[in-house]
Write a protein that binds this ligand. Structure first.
Ligand code: ATP
Ligand code: MG
Length: 211
């Protein structure tokens, strides 16, 4: 169903393998700073450069994302990328969401610094940049001062649609969380309690039994 005219919607794409407080805090900061009416988290199917075996099955990532956002009335989860199947390209995500949200919704695609710095390697970067406004949030270890160089000629063309947002720095990544779990180390306070419980109960990431 189309949105109310002029609705402002944030879109947070990711593999969410698993979702963590870095994702949630970035989305909430973007919501507040850009007066977004809601944020849609969009778990990816298979991310480009990875094969199916390298990511946790979609049903687990979808459920963990749902568990993580449940307590925030402004957050929700979309299955567009999972239902389309195969490799997820942001150009397809934005096309499908535009169809769903209608022409009058303002779409803000939220990415961390690492992701936006790699945008030239995405499928159809010029098209992607023309399909939504972008909120590039800071992330420890990745300097957005390199954005102009990373975007090349696209920077001139699209800089007015790319908004840099300083967010509380959180040195959390899914890669680090997966590694910690495989080594039997703690991930408490890096992921929501609900996600931690799900991981433990399902024995994901090599977790064995209660800890
Ligand atoms: P992985 O280590 O598996 O790549 P990740 O922690 O980078 O996982 P993704 O699912 O790849 O998580 O990221 C989804 C989006 O969230 C990306 O745009 C990424 O830049 C952003 N993001 C992830 N973690 C943070 C963080 N700690 N601070 C700011 N942005 C983040
Ligand atoms: Mg990542």
């Amino acid at each position: 169903m189309a949105e109310l005219k002029g609705a402002r919607v944030g879109i947070m794409g990711g593999t969410f393998d698993p979702i963590h407080y870095g994702h949630l805090a970035a989305a909430e900061a973007a919501r507040e700073a850009f007066f977004l009416d809601r944020i849609i988290f969009v778990p990816a199917g298979i991310p480009p450069h990875k094969n199916e075996k390298e990511v946790t099955p979609a049903r687990h990532r979808f459920l963990m994302t749902l568990l993580a956002v449940m307590s925030n009335p402004y957050f929700e989860v979309s299955r567009v990328d999972l239902d389309r199947g195969g490799v997820t390209y942001t150009v397809d995500t934005l096309r499908d969401l535009r169809k769903e949200l209608g022409p009058d919704t303002e779409m803000y695609f939220i990415t961390g610094a690492d992701a936006i710095l790699e945008i030239l390697s995405w499928k159809d970067p010029r098209k992607v940049l023309s399909m939504a406004e972008f909120i590039a949030v800071t992330r420890p270890g990745y300097g957005l001062d390199k954005l102009a160089a990373a975007l090349g000629p696209l920077y001139q063309e699209f800089q007015d649609r790319i908004h840099i947002l300083e967010v509380p720095p959180m040195g959390i990544s899914s890669t680090d969380i997966r590694r910690r779990l495989a080594e039997g180390r703690s991930v408490r306070y890096l992921v929501p309690e609900t996600v931690f419980t799900y991981i433990t109960n399902q024995g994901l990431y090599g977790v064995k039994g209660e800890r």
